[in-house]
Design a protein around this ligand. Structure first.
Ligand code: G3P
Length: 218
């Protein structure tokens, strides 16, 4: 079964989605912490983990391997649910290769824009390869094709890394990611809300209730 993650650090959005019973995890990044109005990554991540009781990704700020490794050592103690987000750079792959050797070395390789970066993330021991579909589309490229190719490569070699479709911008990205075989989809709350309903559902429900009132009051 594909997993649904929310791409936000806002607690009210996470609580609402969790109450629907379909939320498997949450991804955050420094921009999303900024939008949630907090610089206290540890407390916010722990609060998120308490709500979702599933995978929560928290990103390193360092850009050198040693700094990432030191940050990861701390981040991974914040909660049993935490995955440390490491960028797909040469320094990032160096850090991933070390962190993945730890007993609690759960890694979400982030900022992936090509199947080759995803392949390196899997080789370096990441649990998730986060492909930024929307940003690829923004650049005039085909984000979903990167998801499809990564899926095929991971399947060809039975790589133990999950394909995570990130930077999802609209419900069509969700459907396309599912068809492309993504293991995990992370999306902003407005996209989740849109995929949960339809104007046709609302119109159909309105008509059913109108007709019911007519017959009930007859
Ligand atoms: O999970 C990655 C995501 O936060 C990036 O999304 O919309 O900033 O490209 P976006």
């Amino acid at each position: 079964m594909a997993l649904i993650f929310l791409d936000t650090a806002k607690l009210e959005e996470i609580s609402e989605a969790a109450s629907w019973g379909i939320l498997d995890g949450v991804t955050t990044n420094p921009t999303l912490m900024f939008r949630a109005g907090t610089a206290d990554r540890k407390t916010q991540t722990q609060r998120i983990a308490e709500i979702v009781k599933g995978s929560v990704s928290a990103e390193v700020i360092s850009t050198d391997a040693q700094g990432m490794i030191e940050e990861a050592r701390e981040i991974l103690t914040w909660s049993e649910y935490v995955y440390v987000k490491i960028p797909a750079t040469p320094e990032g792959f160096k850090a991933m290769s070390v962190i993945s050797g730890w007993p609690n070395g759960r890694i979400n390789a982030t900022l992936i824009f090509s199947p080759n970066q995803a392949f390196l993330a899997a080789k370096a021991g990441a649990s998730y390869a986060s492909i930024f579909v929307g940003r690829l589309d923004d650049a005039g490229l085909d984000g979903m094709e990167v998801v499809r190719q990564t899926r095929a490569i991971f399947d060809n070699y039975a790589l133990d890394c999950q394909v995570l479709a990130a930077s999802i911008r609209h419900p069509a990205h969700v459907t396309q990611s599912l068809l492309a075989g993504a293991d995990i989809l992370t999306m902003p709350f407005p996209v989740l809300k849109k995929m949960a309903g339809s104007p046709f559902t609302d119109a159909g429900l309105k008509k059913f209730l109108e007709d019911w009132r007519k017959v009930a009051n007859a």
